[in-house]
Structure formats: C-alpha cells, structure tokens
Ligand binder design. Structure first.
Ligand SMILES: Nc1ncnc2c1ncn2[C@@H]1O[C@H](COP(=O)(O)OP(=O)(O)OP(=O)(O)O)[C@@H](O)[C@H]1O
Ligand SMILES: [Mg+2]
Length: 248
C-alpha cells in the first residue's frame, strides 16, 4: 500500500542539538498513528518539519508520492495537511467565527469558491466542535478548552486529509479531555481524515491508535501495534516504565 506520507531519514538540528536524528516512518490513509516519547524527545519538532513550520535539516518528506520537503506551510495546507498546536495559538483579537473563517478561506477547497461558502463552512466547523454559541466572542476571552476546540475547528476548516494533533489532553480537566477525545473520533468518522496523534496519556492511544511510533532523543525506538509498542523493552526503559508489562 502506498503511504499517504513517507518520512525518510528526517534530521532537524538546532545549533548543536540534534532534535530529530534520522527518523523514518510512514503514515497510511485512514489510520490513527500515535506518536510517543519522553519530554524533549523531538515529537513536536517532527510535526513542525512535516507541516513546514520549520525547515528540515535533511531527509525527505513525501505526500501521495509528491516531494513536499521544501514546500511552504500554506502549500502543504493545500496538499491536505493540517495541525493543532501543543499550546493553542489563537488570533486573540479575532472572534471565534472569524478565526475559523480565516482557515476556511485559506484551506485547499477554497480556491475559486465564494465568501458565502467559506462563511457557511466556518459556521459548520464551529458548530461541530460545540462553539457556535461563542461565535462572536474574541479568542482572547475563550477558556483553554474552548481554545483547544477552536484550534480543532480551524484545522478541520482547511478540509485536511491528514490532521496532526500535538497533545489534546494537556491542560484539560478529565471531563474536557473526554470531550476532546470524542471530538477527534467524531472528526475522523465524519470527515474521513487520517490522524497523527502525539499524546502522553498512553491509555488514550491504546484505545484510539491503530499503530504507534515511539522516539527518544530524536531517534526512532519502536513502531508497531499499540500492544507491540507498549511491550517493547526499549520503550518501557525510555518512557513507560515497568507498569506497562501488564499488557504482555
Ligand atoms: N525552536 C527550537 N530551538 C531550539 N531548540 C529547540 C526548538 N524546538 C525544540 N527544541 C529542542 O529540541 C528538542 C526536542 O523538542 P520537542 O519540542 O520536539 O520535544 P517533544 O518530544 O515535543 O517534547 P514534549 O513532550 O515536552 O512536548 C528539545 O531538546 C528542545 O529543547
Ligand atoms: Mg511537544
């Protein structure tokens, strides 16, 4: 099967720090791929390189067989990549609706489509994440949970094929976290998107992920089904601890 995204020998250096060290993996259409590793392992940096937020130092990123390694972020959005940030990055002075409208105007479907259509879509995605009643509230006045949902609506409004989620649980209370997970599931079902999901809460990925890739110090440690990965000795040693043996 041809992968949706193929990452080959990705390297990202920040001065003397090698944040991502020769990492290769594939993302297949329709799957939920979990991405795990300790703090500072390089997870967000991988997403930053895949989405074009940061240039890769070396290596190759292909999407549907097209080399996107040197494409600009907006070109990758038009190819069908979208993301949420580990720490939400709202436009504080825009309303929730205008924030999503900006995405639906710049998303891949929008070229040659009308403003009314973009507005209709923006309203739809805001409603989808449960923020319709907040549509006229400035982003700076939203709660942290609402900002996470706004990020999701903005990402979905670009009509992605592949959504990168960089931790959705962090900073949410248990009830909000549960809602957020359900929202991602619902988005996957309703829009048929592929999901690449960084998460520290392993129980979530055990449930949601079809496969998991684990990294440590910028290098790939393991790859496989959730059961395989949580029982991998290197992953247990570097990240999970012995408690995960119970899945053996
Ligand atoms: N813009 C940057 N400039 C310099 N160093 C960076 C930059 N971004 C990340 N790093 C460094 O790269 C390494 C990997 O960081 P990254 O944020 O990718 O880790 P992570 O796996 O996402 O961690 P966490 O689970 O805490 O979010 C760390 O040593 C970090 O300090
Ligand atoms: Mg991170």
């Amino acid at each position: 099967m041809t992968p949706l995204v193929k990452v080959s020998n990705l390297v990202k250096r920040f001065g003397g720090i090698v944040a991502v060290n020769d990492v290769s993996f594939e993302i297949y259409k329709g799957e939920t791929l979990g991405f795990i590793g300790p703090n500072g392992a390089g997870k967000s940096t991988v997403v930053n390189c895949l989405t074009g937020y940061l240039p890769a130092t070396s290596g190759k990123i292909e999407m549907n067989g097209v080399d996107i390694t040197h494409m600009k972020p907006h070109q990758r959005v038009h190819m069908g990549l979208a993301r949420t940030y580990q720490i939400p990055r709202p436009f504080p002075e825009l309303t929730a609706l205008t924030s999503v409208l900006a995405s639906s105007i710049s998303g891949k479907k929008r070229v040659n489509q009308s403003f009314q259509d973009a507005m209709y879509d923006a309203t739809h995605y805001l409603e989808f994440v449960g923020l319709f009643s907040k549509r006229n509230i400035l982003a700076r006045d939203l709660t942290f949970y609402e900002l996470r949902m706004l990020e999701l609506a903005r990402a979905l409004a670009t009509t992605p094929q592949l959504l990168f989620i960089d931790e959705v649980m962090a900073g949410l209370n248990p009830g909000e976290a549960k809602n957020a997970i359900q929202m991602i599931r619902k988005a996957k079902e309703q829009f048929g998107i592929t999901v690449f999901w960084i998460e520290h809460v392993m129980a979530v990925l055990m449930e949601a992920a079809d496969r998991i890739v684990a990294i440590n110090y910028g290098s790939k440690l393991a790859e496989g089904t959730p059961d395989e990965v949580v029982n991998n000795d290197d992953v247990i040693e570097a990240y999970l601890g012995r408690g995960w043996r119970k899945y053996a």
